[in-house]
Design a protein around this ligand. Sequence first.
Ligand code: MLC
Ligand code: AMP
Length: 491
Amino acid sequence: MDKLINNAITNSNRIAVISNQTPYSYAILLEKSKAIAHFLLNGKTDLEEARVAFLISPSFDYTAVLWGIWRAGGIAVPLCEKHPLPSITFVIEDTEAEIIIYEKSFESLLLPLASKVSRFLVLDIIHKKGGELLFTPAPSRRALILYTSGTTGNPKGVVTTHHNIEAQITSLTTSWEWSKEDHILNILPMHHVHGIINILMCALWSGACCSFLPKFSPEDVFSEFKKGQLTLFMAVPTIYFKLIAHWKLLSETEKKEISKALIKFRLMVSGSAALPISVLADWKTLSGHVLLERYGMTEMGMAISNPYRGERKPGFIGVPLQGVTVQLADENNKPVEAGLQGEIQIKGPNVFLEYWGKPEATQDVFTSEGWFKTGDIAVFEQGSYRILGRNSIDIIKSGGYKISALEIEEVLRQHPDIDECAVVGIPDVEWGELIAASIITQKPNFDLKELTKWLKTKLPNYKIPRKYRLDHELPRNVMGKVTKNELKSKF
Ligand code: MLC
Ligand code: AMP
C-alpha cells in the first residue's frame, strides 16, 4: 500500500481515472480516498480488517472507495451490481460486513440489509476532509475478499493480502511492460480480479490512466477505440467474439476506421476462459494484433502468460509469469513426467491467503508441500503450457464467469414443481460454455419462461440456464450418481 500511494504521489498531476467522460488526477484520487478513509475511521486509527462491502458502478467513485477502505485498514468487499438481493445478502452475511457503502441508485435494492450492518452509508455523504492518516496497513494484512464459485454449492470468499495484491500487480506490470504513458479501457465487472487487478490496479500502480465504461456495448467500445487515446485493451473471449460480430456488420469505411485505430494499440490481451482459435484469427484480421492469451484465477491473480515480446502460440497459455512457480502434478500431487498431462499447481507470493471463514476448504486446495491446486489440467509441450480441461465437471465457465453447477441445482431444487435436476456446461464458441439444465417434473406443461423469471429473482443473469430438457429421469451410473458426461451429450 505504501508503494501504491507513493507512486500516486509521484504521478499526482497525471490522470488516473476517466469516468462519465470526466478526468480525475492522482492528486484527486489521493485526496478523495483519504477523505473516505477518515469518514470510515470515524475517530479510530485503524479499522482492523473490518469488512466494508460496497456497491458502486465501475467509476472514479468505485476507485476512491476501494482505496479509502484500504487506507483505513479495512477489507474491501466489492458487490456486483447485477446480483439480485439473495446473492448480495449471502456476501454480507458470509463476510459479516460491518459497513455497506452504496451508490444512491442501489438504495432500494439494499435497504433490507441496512439492519444487518452497523453503518449503512450512501456514497454522497462520504466527504469529510482534513487530517493525516496515521498508518498504512502492513503488507501481511487482509485487503480484499472476492467471491468465486467452487465445487461446493455456495461461492467462497477468496482473501488476498496487500502483499498478494502487490505481487499480482508487479508480475503483470513488469511482464507486459506497463508504463505511465499507458491508457486502458475497463469494461469488465468490478467484483473479479480481471477488472480489478489486471486492469484498474495495474494502471494505477504504473501512473497510467484507466477509462471506465460502466456497461459493455460493442458500439461504445468501438467509439472509445476510435478516439485514438488507448494503448491497451483486456477482455474475456466472449467480449472479443461480440466485438467481431458487431464489426462484421459495419460498412467498409467504418471497418477501416476501427482497424486503423486498433493497430496503434501497444497490447491486446484475452483471458479468464479459453480463447477459441477462430476468435484469435478474426481479431488478427480486424485489428492486426495477435491477442496475448494468459491464464489466471481469483485465488492467484495471473500465473501463466504468452510473451509480450516473442511468439504467441494459438491454443497455448504460455509460461509462468515473473515470481510464479508452476508444476503439473498427478493425483498424488507428485510432478508428472515431461510431456504428460497433470493438474496445474502454483506457488508464489501471488497466491491467496485463505477462503474467508473456511479453514478446511483452504487446507483442501493446498498440497502438504504448499502448492495451490487449481483444478485445471494442462500439458507442457513446445515450450508452453496448454490447457486440456478441468478436473471437475461441475465447474462451468460462461462469458468468463466461473459458475458452480451445484449452486444452480440447489436453487432449482427449491422450486415447488421440480423433483430432480442436473446442470452441465455445453461448449459454445460465443460464451465458452452455455449452462444447460435437465429438469424432472410431474407438472404437466411445465412453463420454462416462468422458471427463468423465478430464477432471476434468486441468481444473477449469468448463472441462469440457457438450455433446458424436460426429462423423465436423469442418467445415472450403478452407484446412482448422475453421469453428467452422458447428460452433456444429450444436449
Ligand atoms: C448473459 N447472457 C447470456 C449469458 N450472460 N447468455 C448465455 N450465457 C451467458 N453466460 C445474455 C442475457 O440473457 C441477455 O440476453 C444478453 O446476453 C445480455 O445480457 P447482459 O447481462 O446484459 O450481458 P452482457 O452485459 O452483454 O454480458 C456479456 C459479458 C459479461 C461478456 C460482457 O458476461 C461479462 O462482463 N463477462 C466478464 C466476466 C469476467 O470479468 N470474468 C473474469 C473473472 S476473473 P437476452 O436475450 O435476455 O437479452 C477470472 C480470472 C482470470 O476468470 O483469469 O481472469
Ligand atoms: P475464476 O475462478 O473466475 O477466477 O476463474 C478461474 C478459471 O478460469 C481458471 O481456473 C481456468 O479454468 C479459467 N481460465 C482462466 N484463464 C484461462 C485461459 N486462458 N484458458 C482457459 N481457461 C482459463
